[in-house]
Ligand binder design. Sequence first.
Ligand code: ZN
Ligand code: ZN
Length: 340
Amino acid sequence: MSEYRQDPLSRRWVIIGSDRASRPNEFIEYPVRRQPLPCPFCIGHENETPPDVARYSNGSPDRWLVRVVPNKFPALTPEESVCNQCEPLANGRGGTSRTAGSIPGFGCHEVIIESPRHVASFAELSAVEAELVFRAYRDRILTLKGEGQYRYVQVFKNVGAGAGASLEHVHSQLVGLPGVPEVVAQELESCRDHFAQVGTPLVADLLGQELAAGERIVATTANFVALCPYASRFPYETWILPRRAEPSYETAEPGEFGELARLMQDVIGRIERAAGGAPYNCVLHTQPFDTSADDHYHWHIEIIPRLTKVAGFEWGTGCFINPFHPEMAAEHLRSSPAAG
Ligand SMILES: [Zn+2]
Ligand SMILES: [Zn+2]
């Protein structure tokens, strides 16, 4: 029998478990991922992208390991200084009585090219490349924060055409926004409400319960935990969270980025094995720039394999149907360690 579950952070409802399939990867077909070279993200093709805004190497400046470039086809542009018109989005949760709103498409859209080599998966990066990716996220968020026109930076990753990727070469993206996205505003509100009612931080409480129960834990390190959330929207959905209650990603201990990168590579390797190469998205949720530490937010990464399709029921209700119990997903992922 299926079951309704609510995610305490997003307050989203899901319907978990049904007899629709014994294995979740019966749901979707994946195209073969390799696309023909040449690729604009490969080393030697730097003139096919806009000039980089940041570049990382391992001592030798000619051979970059990670580059950050403006998106050639941006969703938003940073040209107009019109942030004072951005109030509807800046309110986060609406708060306007207008029936429809429009503000200029101010923002910035960047691509983080994660390796000079043509590899498709974060799990295939060298340890140095993987760590530099997390440092690049931190540096770009801090830079955009310093520019003063943004309230939030959304870092995300689309892997596979079915998850929205247009290029296979391993990369992630970030978008600087003049307002706080609805999803993050809801998470903040949940954290604020929980602390007001209970006097303890919501995510710290959740982590304590999850670690004690153990059934949804995928992997742990000294400072991070990977788990399948109680109200997972998709089979093998996995979140990575710092054990310490840290609201902002960009102020995390720089010494921990290597550890985070290793865990991310491990978890993505496990998901790729268990989910048979399904496309997936990753999102980084962090505290908006002008939010008070009293909100007790807790940054985290959500990895969302696209094994089931978002269809009419989900569009109509906002409630996801996940046929695969997260407890079973976590068990599969625990027993499916990445190679090497
Ligand atoms: Zn390439
Ligand atoms: Zn989140």
